[in-house]
Design a protein around this ligand. Structure first.
Ligand code: ZN
Length: 401
């Protein structure tokens, strides 16, 4: 697009003019991603489509890249890094971009990959009780969702309620049909009109990836816009910036309304909580999800987890091989310090087997362990994962069948 004095929408192609008109017409539409809706909410005529951030302009002109799932990528040159600000989390964006560039270079050098395998973040360790209660919570939530869907069909004239519609309704109920930020009512006809009311994240997604209901509220659009940097502000910080009385009323609502404990905590938080959900773990999950969406356009994507990688590394004897590689560093250290650090261990399980006990050993002192992990992940097959799961199962059950 042309900028500066030469800018004129009349020079745009008919196709682009149509795209822009479509964006103007669908501004409040649920089909548009939340951040995009926010970015174009104030644009009401074609003349205003100037000086937009790059990612907004790109999305207007080419559509939402993230929504393109069916379009296969057929040449490595088609792999483009995402423009800055495309994903809400800069760390995730950078990692995904770097991964894409690696894929592009591998493709150019060795030909198109047959498939991908991504190692996803470890699940949080849960004991059986926790797993059971998580399962129970899920089941309850699904039942609630079904009920809400019925209500929406019957009472709200939403013949095909989306998951987001359901969430909106349930948040609205939870908040006594009011806006979290001003306490005024949200009228029933406005609930599904995103120009009037929309979902906001208590802790912004750019800083804490939690898309659960606990981290979401429903608010008037007018109460959620206009402040510089709002997108990076926590709800409590934002409310404080509105002045003391607005903040006190907000705190009052939090204690009066029947809100879950976890949500109250988030609503009052002025720092991103670390603790019950590890932020890095969430980022890793987010990376896995985003990367998967993009790579699926090139070749089939499979996944694995760290436990499987570790088990295979051990089974294939690579843990010992790697230790032998690092052993030289410790031999050098022995010579310098004059202390014995390495102890040779002989094991006989089936064949004779030599292993080393090394004082101060940690695989992470050498970055090549990432390369080794990547190789093992690449060589993982679905049937190995199943086999490992079976073996673990057998280990755990006291009476082998
Ligand atoms: Zn409001």
């Amino acid at each position: 697009m042309v900028c500066g004095a030469a800018w004129s929408h009349e020079q745009w192609s008919a196709g682009l003019q149509r795209s822009v008109q479509r964006v103007i017409d669908n501004r409040g539409d649920d089909s548009m991603k939340e951040e995009m809706r926010r970015a174009v909410a104030h644009l009401t005529s074609i003349e205003q489509f100037t000086g937009l951030p790059y990612w907004v302009a790109a999305t207007v002109a080419y559509g939402d890249h993230r929504a393109i799932t069916g379009k296969p990528i057929e040449k490595p040159e088609w792999i483009k890094s995402m423009p800055r600000g495309f994903l809400r989390n800069p760390t995730v964006e950078q990692v995904v971009n770097e991964a894409l560039m690696v894929v592009r270079d591998i493709w150019k050098e060795y030909g198109k990959p047959d498939s991908f395998r991504i190692e996803l973040a470890r699940e949080l360790r849960q004991n059986q009780e926790q797993r059971a209660s998580a399962h129970e919570r899920n089941r309850k939530r699904n039942t609630e969702r079904k009920k809400t869907a019925d209500t929406l069909i019957k009472e709200f004239n939403r013949p095909k309620p989306s998951r987001k519609d359901i969430d909106k309704h349930d948040l609205w109920k939870q908040q006594q049909q009011r806006c979290m930020y001003c306490g005024q009512g949200i009228q029933k006809p406005d609930l599904f009109n995103t120009r009037e009311a929309d979902i906001d994240h208590i802790i912004p997604q750019s800083r804490f990836y939690d898309d659960s209901l606990t981290n979401r509220v429903i608010v008037h659009r007018k109460c959620n816009a206009g402040r510089e940097g709002k997108d990076d502000m926590l709800a409590a910080t934002y409310m404080k910036s509105k002045g003391d009385s607005a903040y006190q009323e907000y705190v009052g609502r939090i204690s009066e309304w029947d809100l879950p404990y976890g949500k109250r905590k988030l609503l009052l938080a002025e720092e991103v909580p670390d603790g019950f959900i590890n932020r890095q773990l969430n980022e890793t999950r987010y990376i896995g999800t985003e990367l998967r969406k993009l790579l699926e356009r090139i070749a089939p994507v499979n996944t694995t987890v760290g436990q499987v990688t570790d088990a295979l590394k051990n089974e294939w004897g690579l843990t010992t091989v790697y230790k032998e590689v690092l052993k030289r560093r410790f031999e050098r250290l022995e010579r310098i310090t004059g202390r014995k650090l390495i102890e040779e261990i002989h094991r006989t399980n089936g064949a004779k087997h030599v292993d080393y006990k090394i004082e101060g050993y940690d695989k992470r002192i050498d970055h090549r362990h990432h390369a080794l992990d990547a190789l093992v992940v690449a060589l993982t097959r679905q049937r190995y994962i199943q086999k490992i799961a079976q073996l673990k199962q057998r280990e755990r059950s006291p009476h082998p069948r």
